[in-house]
Write a protein that binds this ligand. Structure first.
Ligand code: C2E
Ligand code: CA
Ligand code: CA
Length: 733
């Protein structure tokens, strides 16, 4: 390079000399030579000075080249480094420039990613030079390096681009910071939590997208305003003072706070406020991070509602009731007051539910709860304990009779018909009342005693109310014992069946027998059914007993038949509860199969009141029984309220005139008339009439006179055990 510079300078000088005129004398020649020598000397001196100057300049640039922290290099089109300073060698992980120049690095001269190379070429095609061209490259060790370059194309003498030269600075650190900032910005932008950054005067500097989503205010609308734009008025001044006090003292506050959205809606948020301090410890910014927990709060409320309220009626449930009662007792205790617990059990809810379906049952319960709510004061509580059991707390009563008044009102309201899915449904309520402090000092005993009083009402015909008395407790203990004893009686086969003949009044022959159960009690001896059947009717025990009687009477009957005894009809009593049991037909069918009993010889006695309880359903069942070949008679006829309209639709064979009419037939004019009418009615409907409880000849004569078909009573036989039966049959057979 130096040579080229020197020769061009010499040429310039030579040209200047050649331009001068040529000498023609010796003197002139000498002079010319001396001038020439002088000039030459001057030129040489100049040349030395120039060379020195040049060398100094070159050294200066070389220093820059060698010591620059930026990489300086040239690369030809083949990707080979032509020039490379130590900085670029170092940047790329080489020991020296020479080492870098000697090797042929990867893609076109740098350990570049393909992308950079292509982009570079594209750009260079448009421009001869590029400024601040940023790209990612790799070092010899495959470390990623970000560089920023100023690039210029280089050309050969013919003006053809042969490569490029570049000054490159390592910007990896800057890039990393930038990337991190970008990431932070992304988090800020994408966060589902609202984030705000304020200055020290709590003016908003930055808000994120979630802030806008939650509050409805855009960044533009909120920048330089304070969070006061969200003020809802739900928290007072003291609250905010406390908040800022804590942030200033401890650097952070967290809590629940209600704010107002742009559209005016109040929302609940979980908010964290922190202060940001500079190196000098001065607060420069505040950061608020918050999430909208309105929905969560709502769900919490719902869950709370589910835990403490009955879903169907919206009334407090058992747990809330217990809490409230305990609370009321505490209050009454302090104020020496009285309170009442009213326990309510709906009559025939189960029946409504079973026959009309759960949907109607639910509707019914909702209507009942509304009616109950209408009779109590604001401070009182109506709760649903489950099923058809409700309970009321009367918080403050002055007289015990106040509770009775409410109970009366409830009975009045519940007895009014309910119109449910296009039909009128009737109900009633059995209500027991206990009073604090008389009947118990804690919630548990008050509820228990009100419940006992309610049971007492149930036992005495339902749809009424009673106050708890100590006597009831004794009675309920007895009831409990009876229940377990009776269960055991069935298991231990302590039940026995007596049979009472039924006589044909024309022939005076036995035409049938009625199976009547007794309890052979170890201590009490023979217990009559009236002492345990009504009790068993209240629980599922009656179904066990009924099934036992059905099975055993049939089995016994079949065993007599094997002794070749005369065929008689056998009457079996079916209780109201059995009649309502959906499995009745199956149970009977099973009994027939198991015992081999002829269904044509069975006559089931259904009481009039059991049939009328749900006449339509009874008609259905009676038809099914008839289809099996079984006969049916209506027991205790005259004591229920048969609609004549229904009577003709019943698939029955016989009407059994209740003994209460027969008892006074000789003396009571009315009973005579009634008995006569029933017999005529039966005959008009093509049914037979049988009289029960016939004890005297006079009664019998009246019945014969009035064409009654059959009779049963002590006048003929009292019910007796089978062992006697064979003899009897021999006598009449
Ligand atoms: P019921 O079905 O009306 O039975 C007739 C009752 O009258 C029987 O009482 C019988 O002993 C009694 N009796 C018969 N003739 C006379 C008489 O001339 N004078 C008097 N004073 N009474 C007479 P028992 O056996 O004590 O049965 C009472 C009730 O118990 C029955 O009344 C029936 O409702 C029920 N019962 C008896 N056995 C069963 C049974 O196996 N299942 C069901 N569900 N109920 C039964
Ligand atoms: Ca009977
Ligand atoms: Ca009867």
């Amino acid at each position: 390079m130096m040579t080229r510079l020197q020769s061009s300078s010499r040429n310039a000088r030579h040209n200047k000399v050649a331009e001068e005129k040529t000498p023609d004398t010796n003197e002139e020649l000498r002079q010319y030579a001396s001038t020439l020598e002088k000039e030459l000397q001057e030129t040489n001196e100049g040349l030395v000075a120039l060379t020195l100057e040049y060398e100094r300049a070159e050294e200066k640039y070389r220093n820059i080249f060698e010591n620059s922290i930026d990489g300086i290099f040239q690369i030809n089109n083949e990707g080979k480094f032509l020039i490379a300073n130590p900085a670029i060698a170092k940047m790329l992980g080489y020991k020296s420039s020479e080492e870098l120049i000697e090797c042929v690095p990867d893609v076109k001269g740098l350990y570049v990613v393909e992308e950079r190379h292509n982009q570079l070429l594209k750009e260079l095609e448009k421009e001869n030079s590029l400024w601040d061209f940023e790209s990612l490259i790799y070092s010899k060790n495959r470390d990623a390096i970000w560089i920023s370059e100023n690039i210029r194309k280089i050309f050969n003498n013919s003006g053809v681009a042969v490569g490029y030269e570049s000054i490159a600075s390592n910007i990896t650190l800057r890039k990393q910071v930038e990337e991190r900032l970008k990431l932070v910005a992304k988090v800020f932008g994408h966060s589902l939590e609202g984030i705000i950054i304020t200055d020290e005067q709590t003016r908003l500097l930055e808000v994120n997208k979630a802030f806008t989503d939650i509050t409805g205010y855009t960044a533009q609308e909120s920048i330089y305003k304070t969070p006061h734009i969200l003020f809802s008025g739900w928290q007072d001044k003291a609250f905010y003072n406390e908040l800022w006090d804590k942030v200033k003292k401890e650097g952070v506050w967290q809590g629940e706070i209600k704010d107002r959205r742009k559209n005016g809606e109040i929302y609940v948020q979980w908010l964290t406020v922190c202060s940001i301090k500079n190196e000098l410890g001065r607060t420069t910014n505040y950061i608020g991070v918050f999430s909208d927990i309105t929905e969560k709060k709502h769900t919490e409320k719902q869950i709370n509602k589910l835990a403490y309220y009955d879903v169907l009626t919206g009334l407090p449930n058992r747990s809330l009731f217990n809490d409230r009662l305990a609370h009321c007792i505490e209050k009454a205790n302090r104020g020496n007051g009285m309170l009442a617990v009213i326990f309510i059990d709906l009559d025939n809810f189960k029946y409504i539910n079973d026959t009309l379906g759960h949907f109607v049952g639910d509707q019914f319960l909702q209507m009942v709860s509304e009616r109950m709510m209408s009779v109590i004061r604001k401070d009182d509580t109506v709760a649903r304990l489950g099923g058809d059991e409700f309970v009321i707390i009367l918080e403050k009563i002055n007289n015990i009779s106040d509770a009775g008044l409410i109970a009366k009102k409830i009975i009045g309201l519940v007895t009014q018909p309910f119109s449910l899915s296009n039909q009128e449904v009737f109900s009633g309520a059995s209500i027991g009342i206990s009073i604090f402090p008389n009947d118990g000092e804690d919630a548990q005993s008050l509820v228990k005693n009100a419940d006992t009083a309610m049971y007492n009402v149930k036992e005495h015909g339902k749809n009424d109310f009673r106050f708890f008395t100590e006597k009831m407790n004794a009675k309920s203990a007895e009831t409990l014992k009876l229940s377990s004893d009776l269960r055991r009686a069935i298991e231990n086969n302590e039940l026995v069946i007596y049979y009472q003949p039924q006589m044909d009044l024309k022939t005076q022959n036995i035409v049938g027998i009625e199976a009547l159960v007794r309890w052979n009690h170890k201590e009490k001896g023979l217990v009559p059914p009236n002492d345990f059947i009504p009790f068993a009717e209240k629980s599922s025990l009656i179904e066990l007993i009924g099934e036992w009687v059905l099975q055993n009477s049939c089995r016994q009957y079949v065993s007599w038949k094997q002794n070749d005894l005369k065929e008689l009809k056998m009457s079996i009593n079916i209780s109201a509860k059995q009649l309502r049991n959906k499995n009745l037909i199956d149970i009977i069918q099973k009994t027939l199969n198991e015992t081999g009993m002829n269904p044509n010889l069975i006559e089931l006695e259904l009481t009039e009141s059991a049939i009328m309880f749900n006449a339509d359903e009874a008609i259905n069942i009676m038809q099914k029984l008839k289809d099996l070949g079984i006969g049916i008679s209506i027991d205790d006829f005259g004591t229920g309220y048969s609609s004549l309209n229904y009577l003709k639709r019943f698939a029955i064979d016989k009407i059994k005139i209740d003994y209460t009419f027969i008892r006074d037939i000789e003396t009571d004019h009315n009973n005579r008339a009634i008995t006569k009418t029933i017999i005529e009615l039966a005959h008009n409907l093509n049914l037979k009439a049988i009289a029960e409880g016939v004890e005297t000849k006079g009664q019998l004569d009246f019945l014969v006179e009035n064409n009654c078909d059959e009779a049963q009573g002590f006048y003929y036989y009292e019910p007796f055990l089978i062992s006697d039966f064979s003899q009897l049959l021999k006598k009449f057979g």
